[in-house]
Design a protein around this ligand. Structure first.
Ligand SMILES: *Cc1c(COP(=O)(O)O)cnc(C)c1O
Length: 359
C-alpha cells in the first residue's frame, strides 16, 4: 500500500464510487447511454452543454499540472479548493473517532467540514509574537499524534494572519507525522507571496498535500475551480469519492482561457499591483493613530487591529466599504481583515478611516 493510503478510512480504501456515463464508451459516435437530450439547448454557446461533462478533463488537468509544476496524476480538480477540503475530511476521518487539526486563527472551512463529518476538531493556536503569527510545530506534532488527527491543515500565507510558514518547518512537520497524519498545506494566496509553492516537495513526501485555487489571484472565484495536489494513489481514491460530474463545462472552458499565456501575463501584472498596494496600505494604515497594529502580509489582505474596531467598521460602512469583521474570532476582538482592492478603492479605505481628523 502506498504510504499515504494507510491514513485513508479502511472501509473506503477499495471504494469505486459511481460509474458515471463519461467513464464508458471510449470511441462511441452515437451517445445513448446517459438519458441526455440529443440536441443542444438553444442558449448553448457551442459547448455541447446537453452532454454530461468529463469528470476530470485532461486538457485542464495538464494545464494546471504544468502551472503548478507537478505530474498530472497528482492533480485533483474540484469545485473550488473547498471541495477538496471536504473530500479529504470524508475520506480520511471516521465520524466520532478521528480528528482534524487546525491552527487558529485560520480559514473556517476546515472546521466546517470536520463538523459535518462528525470528526473532532483539535485546535493548536498560532502564537502571536506581535510582529506576526508563528506555528507551534512541536505542539502541533504532539497533538496530532495523541488526538488521532488524520488531517493537519496549515495555511500559508495564512488567512487571516497573512504570514507565510517557512518551508523547512512545514517539511519537518510532514516528516515527523508520516504514518500519522496527512499534512494539507493551503496555498490559496501563494501567488502573492515572496516565497514559492512547496509543490516540488510532494514527490517523496506522500503525507503532504497542497491546495491551490483559481479563485483569488486568477480572478475566477465564480467559476469554482480549485485543486488538490497530492500523492497519485490518494488523488485516484478521492476521484471516486467526488460527485459524478463535478466540473461544469463552462467553468472548465473559462479556466482554460484563464490559463492562456496572455491571461497569465495579465494575472502576473495584477498580482504585482496588489503587492505594491499592500505595502502602501500597510505603511499608511500603520501610521494612523487609531490603528494598534497592522500585520505584515504575504496575501492580498491585511489584518489590522484598531483601538476601536467598531468605530473603524462604522466609518468604513458609512463610505460603503465592506471589510471582514474579525471581532468574533478568539484573540482578534479588535481586528478587521481588509482585502487589497484597486488603488482607488484602497484610497477610499484610507479616506474613510481618516474622516473627522485634521488632514
Ligand atoms: C479563499 C480561500 C480558499 C479558496 O477556496 P475556493 O473554494 O477555491 O474558492 C481556500 N483556502 C483559503 C485559506 C482561502 O482563503
Amino acid at each position: 500500500m502506498s504510504g499515504v493510503l494507510s491514513l485513508v478510512r479502511e472501509d473506503l480504501r477499495e471504494f469505486a464510487g459511481y460509474a458515471s456515463a463519461r467513464r464508458e464508451g471510449g470511441e462511441g459516435r452515437v451517445w445513448l447511454n446517459a438519458n441526455e437530450s440529443p440536441w443542444p439547448n438553444a442558449a448553448d454557446p457551442g459547448l455541447d452543454l446537453h452532454r454530461y461533462p468529463d469528470p476530470q478533463p485532461d486538457a485542464l488537468r495538464e494545464r494546471l499540472a504544468a502551472l503548478y509544476g507537478v505530474a498530472p496524476e497528482r492533480v485533483l480538480i474540484g469545485r473550488g479548493s473547498d471541495e477538496a477540503i471536504d473530500l479529504l475530511v470524508r475520506l480520511l476521518c471516521r465520524p466520532g473517532r478521528d480528528a482534524v487539526l487546525v491552527t487558529p486563527p485560520v480559514f473556517g472551512m476546515y472546521a466546517v467540514s470536520a463538523r459535518l463529518q462528525g470528526a473532532a476538531l483539535v485546535e493548536v493556536p498560532l502564537r502571536d509574537r506581535g510582529a506576526g503569527f508563528a506555528l507551534e510545530s512541536d505542539a502541533v506534532a504532539e497533538a496530532a499524534v495523541s488526538r488521532k488527527a488524520r488531517l493537519v491543515f496549515l495555511c500559508s500565507p495564512g488567512n487571516p494572519t497573512g504570514q507565510s510558514l517557512a518551508r523547512d518547518e512545514v517539511l519537518a512537520l510532514a516528516r515527523r507525522l508520516a504514518g500519522y497524519s496527512l499534512v494539507v498545506l493551503d496555498e490559496a494566496y501563494v501567488e502573492y507571496a515572496d516565497s514559492p509553492s512547496l509543490a516540488d516537495a510532494l514527490v517523496g513526501q506522500s503525507n503532504l498535500a497542497i491546495l491551490r485555487t483559481l479563485s483569488k489571484a486568477h480572478g475566477l472565484a465564480a467559476a469554482r475551480i480549485g485543486c488538490l495536489l497530492a500523492d497519485p494513489a490518494l488523488v485516484a481514491l478521492l476521484r471516486n469519492c467526488q460527485a459524478p460530474y463535478p466540473l461544469p463545462s463552462p467553468s472548465v472552458q473559462l479556466a482554460l482561457s484563464a490559463l492562456s499565456e496572455a491571461a497569465l501575463s495579465r494575472t502576473r501584472e495584477r498580482v504585482a499591483s496588489v503587492r505594491a498596494e499592500r505595502e502602501r496600505l500597510y505603511r499608511e494604515l500603520a501610521a494612523l493613530p487609531e490603528v494598534r497594529r497592522v500585520y505584515p502580509s504575504q496575501g492580498n489582505f491585511l489584518l489590522v487591529r484598531f483601538a476601536d474596531a467598531g468605530e473603524a467598521l462604522r466609518r468604513l460602512r458609512a463610505a460603503a466599504v465592506v471589510v471582514r469583521d474579525m471581532r468574533a474570532t478568539p484573540g482578534l476582538g479588535d481586528a478587521l481583515r481588509i482585502s487589497i482592492g484597486r488603488p482607488e478603492e484602497n484610497d477610499l479605505v484610507l479616506a474613510a478611516l481618516r474622516v473627522g481628523r485634521p488632514a
